[in-house]
Structure formats: C-alpha cells, structure tokens
Design a protein around this ligand. Structure first.
Ligand code: HEC
Length: 212
C-alpha cells in the first residue's frame, strides 16, 4: 500500500481548483466579450447581444449610400463595432481573420433635448445589421444579415443571397476586403502601412485625386 501524504494531497487539490477557476474565467470572458459568430442549424446567424462591449470603430452621421434615405432634420447615426480578437488581428496584419463579425447599429437622432442647443445626439435604435467573414460558409467569404423585421428585432437572421445589394456594394466599393475601412479613421492608416488596401479602391482614389 502506498501512503498518501495528506498535505501534498491537499496542495494538489488546491492547485487543481485554482486552475479550474482560471479556466472557467477564460471561457466565460471569451463567451461574453469575444464570441465567434454562432449559427442555428438552419444557417441563421444568432444576433450578438453584447456587441456594445466590442471595439467601436466609427459613427457615421446622416450617411446615405443608396439603401436608406438620409433625413435632413434628423439624420440617422450608424455605429460600427467589431469583436476584439478580429480587431487585434487587423492591427497586426491589416486583414480580417476568418470568423470576423461586424455590427452596424443604426440610431435616430434629435437636436432638442435636455440642455442641448445645437448639434445632434443619438436616440432610438432603428436597425441592427451584421457582416461575417466565413470562408467555408459563404461563396464570396462574406455574409450579410439584417435583424429587423416589421419594427421588431429578430434573435437570428438568414444571410442575404450572394448576389444581394449588400454583397455587391461592399465588394465593389470597400477599401479592405469587403469592409469600409476608408471610413474607420484609425484602421485606414493600419491598412496603408500593411499595404492591404484593395487595388480597386486605390485606383478609384487616384482617379478622384486626378479629377480634382
Ligand atoms: C450602396 C452601398 C451599400 C449597400 C447596398 C450596403 N452597405 Fe453596408 N456599408 C456601406 C458603407 C458606406 C458602410 C460604412 C458605414 C460607416 O462608415 O459608418 C457600410 C458598413 C456596413 C457594416 C459595417 C462593416 C463593414 O463592412 O464596413 C455592416 C455590418 C454593413 N454595412 C451591413 C450591410 C448589410 C446587411 C447590407 C444589406 C442589407 C448593406 N450593408 C448594404 C455601404 C453599403
């Protein structure tokens, strides 16, 4: 029979408990702050509920590029978020890793409220859209989603077809892969430094410069 030293045994148990606690914390924080995109078995993207804890990239004010008319008096804001590990990978490489997920949140604006005398502030949620890079799931690598239906938010959404207006505009006009990095001021410099701007974007900029 082997004699077990009760002290050594206790120490091992405590080490295991500490390791388990650390692992649980890592798993929990990975789930809460940095989720991979999750799909239902019918290929619908589950709407991430904590995207406001992700990395904030920009707010467009009253932008109009054809899909939604811009209101002159109360221009809508759009807020763009990307999840932290994709952001870190972009800073290192100037490219988006597989399973990158973006949220585009659209909010109404107002100019009169509380002490405000000029300018606009953000108010009610209007829409939540998403873009996901998933090379095995989508023919052109990127899938697009809209979570609004009839004035309410759905918990999951189907991808738009590969020939949708979303895919077409993003593929044709975006600065890096399918993403509008030309409007994300801190990331545009990263893409320039890493030489990852789309050639079509560089050419369009050059001809814009020439026609000025
Ligand atoms: C005519 C062009 C156009 C169309 C069509 C379009 N978008 Fe976009 N999208 C943009 C622009 C421009 C931005 C940058 C917004 C900003 O700078 O605030 C953008 C940003 C986004 C982003 C943030 C990540 C990124 O790619 O830069 C998501 C998500 C998004 N759009 C989803 C959609 C979805 C879903 C559809 C279809 C329902 C769609 N878009 C249709 C032009 C377009």
């Amino acid at each position: 029979m082997t004699a077990i030293d009760p002290l050594v045994n206790l120490e091992t148990t405590m080490k295991h408990a500490a390791l388990l606690a650390a692992l649980t914390l890592t798993v929990l924080s990975a789930q809460t702050n940095d989720p991979a995109p999750r799909f239902t078995k019918d290929n619908e993207l589950l709407r991430p509920t904590n995207y406001r804890e992700w990395i904030y990239l920009t707010s467009g004010l009253g932008m109009s590029y054809g899909i939604r008319p811009a209101g002159a008096d109360a221009p809508a804001f759009d807020n763009v978020f990307v999840h932290p590990s994709a952001y870190k990978a972009f800073l290192a490489t100037g490219k988006w890793p597989d399973k990158t997920m973006f949220i585009l949140e659209i909010r109404s604006s107002a100019s009169h409220g509380s002490i405000n005398k000029a300018g606009h502030f953000q108010t009610d949620l209007v829409a939540i859209d998403a873009a996901v890079k998933d090379e095995s799931r989508f023919k052109d690598k990127w899938g697009y989603f809209a979570f609004n239906s009839g004035g309410s938010l759905r918990d999951s959404a189907k991808p738009f077809a590969a020939d949708s207006a979303c895919n077409a505009c993003h593929e044709k006009n975006a600065a890096v892969e399918n993403t509008f990095v030309q409007f994300y001021p801190t990331l545009l410099d990263v893409a320039r430094a890493k030489h990852t701007l789309n050639p079509s974007f560089v050419a369009a900029q050059a001809s814009e410069g020439a026609s000025k």
